[in-house]
Design a protein around this ligand. Sequence first.
Ligand code: SF4
Length: 666
Amino acid sequence: MDRRNFFRILSTSAGALADGCTRKTDKLIPMLVPEHEIVPGEEQWHPAVCTECGAGCGTLVRIMEGVRQIERNGEQVRQRIAAVKKIEGNPLDPVSGGRLCARGQASVQSLYHPDRLRGPMKRTGDRGKPQFAGVSWDDALALAADKIAKARASDPARIAFLTGPLAGARSVAIARFVEALGAPAPVVCSVADFPVERRAAEIVFGWKGLPVYDLAHAHYALGVGADFLGGWASPVYYSRQFGNFRQGRRDIRGQLVQAESRLSITAGAADRWLPLRPGSEPQFLAAVGRILLESRLARNAAQVPAPVLAAFQAADVGALVAACGLDEKRVREVVQELGESEAPLVLAGASIVQSNSLDAIVASHYVNLMLGNVGKPGGVLPPAQAAATAPANHGAAEALARADVVLIDGANPAYTLPRSSGVFDALARAGTVIGFNRFLDDSGAWSDLLLPDHDPLESEIVQPLYDTRALEQTLADLSRKMNLPDRVPVTPAQPLSHTFDLAAPAFDGDAGEYPHTFQPYLSLQFHDGRGSHLPWLQELPDPASSAIWGLPVEIDPGTGMKLRVSNGDMVRVESRLGWFEAPAYVHPGAIPGVASMAIGDGHSHYGRYASGRGANPIAILAPVWEKSTGALVLGGTRVRLSRVGARRDWIQFAAPDREERGFEHR
Ligand code: SF4
């Protein structure tokens, strides 16, 4: 039984359920609250699941009576509705444990957003321009079915279904739809799906899905490249785990050392930060494995496959640590402490994907195997839930390039693919583009038809506000119109072989001409850019710079001095393939020669709060993909920086707290 169904059953059973605000919940209500059940002045709490990222935190949704103004027979009338007032974490949920991140809390604004699509729309102007007119569902579905059926008859391989990270019933509906069409498997088009982490777990352990790190019961943790308190994987779950790791046990305060190429939220919360050169994670982990072996601290080395053990033994610690830009003595101290700990854990990920990230995470799993913590409390555990579907590949740009019909759900390729990938040419060239998103976003502007989905809260809790339709229903209607078969046989995936390499990272751009490496990263507030349309999240200070309503590019003090740039001054960030301008934040913790920027700004279209605000750092990246998964290499582009002018409208929430101070990197 999946979690969604579990909550459906839970919600209709008699039993006790505590709410996220520690109030008593008196009544458990079935899903979809009819208006007549709402008692004025009384609140009801309903279990649901947050869909703002792939972590899927369990929530409780507070419902009360509300009123809305609608037009009926040409007159404005007030209509009584069940209204969502607040969303909290569900204390019974193993992921959220009663807590939510800011994006989960703000998701209520998405339901009532003034710029939501209110029904199906058809293009009336040129592609790329947001010119649409309303159309009936019957006409929209007939038109969509006609276009898809024609493409299917001529060459189903030229139908591309781009999705966000897939989970639950939605992923099953999409997978069945494309199977029935005979089209290629849906392609996840996202920078927040963590395919490299999934592939590494499959290679080493045969697990399908993201492994779970039992940080709460570890004594000593070495984080590598995973900003698990920021935008990586499951921020609420790991924040709870971190709380227990630090303060949840009477005699143990867990120690965290974070090795990362940015002073992220996790690095800032660690006892020690090891500032790695971008892309040197595999070298660092190979050195860690080698030091454990030579210090006889690899207590479980016998479990590591012989070729992998030989690779660790052949590692030259001095050369590898130098390639990371670290001090060898300091690294040896950390590894000694890790190996001597009663419950050691290495938590590695690719918050900023590099061309060699897979090798880094594979190496980290072998180090955990060496430390004997796999499958044990305080160690690496199998995924809580196996991935529902394994997309054939993540080559969204490739799929787009050959597509005649493009279907888009939960993805925004015009925002999350670099311009140099040819995304705009492909969207302009496609015969038909159909979007199922709830907002007219960057990709929606390139669509011919917009068939908007319900808000997730409308699918589960309250009646739909507008003339939208659940994606599952839209796909079923299209299938019926095209007489698609119910099921077709599926070919099982091929098993993978064990590999582990120490390749240096690949960067696009000449180091002389483009001296800075550039790191766009998933932000806490906007994630992969999907949260930028919500004003609560725009108001939330950026954790690094405290900027609101606009994201800066983070540069190191040496570069700031050289360019004569202070906080808020405008800089041009230029790669071989494009440029943008943004305010600078001179970050005292930024690694010299490395510029970073949170993803979130720079939408061409995404409602009134996000459209035209700031710059999209992904747009100027080179089209470089991680080989085994097709994930976009976020950290693989070099840039040059130049000053373009004095401070413009840039707002810092707590500027005096963030003045530059001396900072020692080693
Ligand atoms: S981590 Fe935040 S955005 Fe993701 S599911 Fe949980 S509450 Fe929602």
